[in-house]
Design a binder for this molecule. Structure first.
Ligand SMILES: Cc1cc2nc3c(=O)[nH]c(=O)nc-3n(C[C@H](O)[C@H](O)[C@H](O)COP(=O)(O)O)c2cc1C
Ligand code: SF4
Ligand code: SF4
Length: 248
């Protein structure tokens, strides 16, 4: 089974690529979170998680969801992390997660995909995004080959900076940076409700036809990237930046 969590489509794209080649099932953690559902199935021998990198680890909502779900004891688990730059020391924490959940870690892959973190960083135009994805294709292929052959993925040796980013910076990131307070929708909003539907945490609602944001945000950037009218901004940080979304 391939599971994915995806704010702007990169992880979903990779999950689809893997599913098409391996020929197994595909489940959206976004959809399951939205319905407040976990996964309880003791039949899968192979688990593949395609997820973005949030503060140099897998997203906290995904880790919590995996801990609340029930998988076959001893199942082989591949974590395919994609990122705008690097995953730091994420593997260490994925290993602990697997130990705690009685899963056999088969590796933690790193795939550089287009940056989507509009709240903090510059994001690529669609043309730049396509070029970055083209460069990622051989990496995706090599990961698919390893999964097909039952091989483990090469281990990452994190730098000192990577270790700091995945530990203290990750811990500080959530309370200091992750909040929906700066999201706004301007007059271009046509009340279509796409931002509401796209939020995996049901954190957006329409009030008098305009979106309002609650307190359950994980900064996945789905609401800002899905808006057909580019009406959503995140304070001044996102203004004049492409609202990146995977083109495939
Ligand atoms: C909240 C948040 C935190 C992020 N942190 C990192 C990071 O620590 N390192 C990195 O290389 N990219 C980081 N990114 C970039 C995403 O991991 C990357 O763009 C990913 O491909 C997005 O996948 P998606 O389209 O499936 O959501 C972050 C993005 C978001 C939204
Ligand atoms: S997606 Fe954009 S246009 Fe649609 S309701 Fe949300 S803000 Fe308005
Ligand atoms: S409010 Fe927007 S950024 Fe926050 S979790 Fe929902 S879709 Fe993601």
């Amino acid at each position: 089974m391939v599971f994915y969590f995806s704010g702007t489509g990169n992880s979903k794209y990779i999950a689809n690529r893997i599913r098409d080649e391996i020929g197994c099932g595909l489940l959206s953690i976004n959809d399951l979170l939205k319905k407040d559902l976990v996964y309880c199935n003791a039949n899968d021998d192979l688990l593949i998680f395609s997820v973005p990198t949030y503060a140099w680890r897998i997203p906290r909502v995904v880790e919590d969801w995996i801990r609340r779900s029930e998988f076959k004891k001893g199942a082989k688990a591949y974590f395919i992390m994609n990122c705008g730059g690097e995953i730091g020391n994420a593997e260490k924490y994925v290993r602990k997660l697997c130990n705690d959940c009685s899963l056999e870690l088969m590796g933690c892959g790193e795939i550089v995909m287009p940056e989507n973190y509009l709240a903090m960083f510059s994001t690529p135009t669609p043309e730049q995004g396509k070029k970055i994805i083209a460069r990622a294709e051989p990496v995706i292929d090599s990961i698919i080959d390893a999964i097909k052959n039952g091989d483990t993925l090469p281990s990452h040796k994190a730098s000192l900076t990577g270790k700091a980013m995945s530990s203290i910076v990750n811990v500080l990131f959530y309370p200091l940076c992750v909040s929906a307070k700066k999201f706004t929708a301007d007059d271009k909003c046509i009340s279509c409700g796409k931002c509401v539907n796209e939020c995996p945490l049901n954190n957006v609602a329409l009030k008098d036809g305009k979106p309002v944001w609650g307190k359950e945000c994980t900064h996945c950037m789905a609401c800002i990237s899905i808006c057909p009218k580019t009406a959503v901004e995140y304070g001044k940080n996102s203004v004049n930046r492409p609202k990146y979304r995977c083109p495939y």
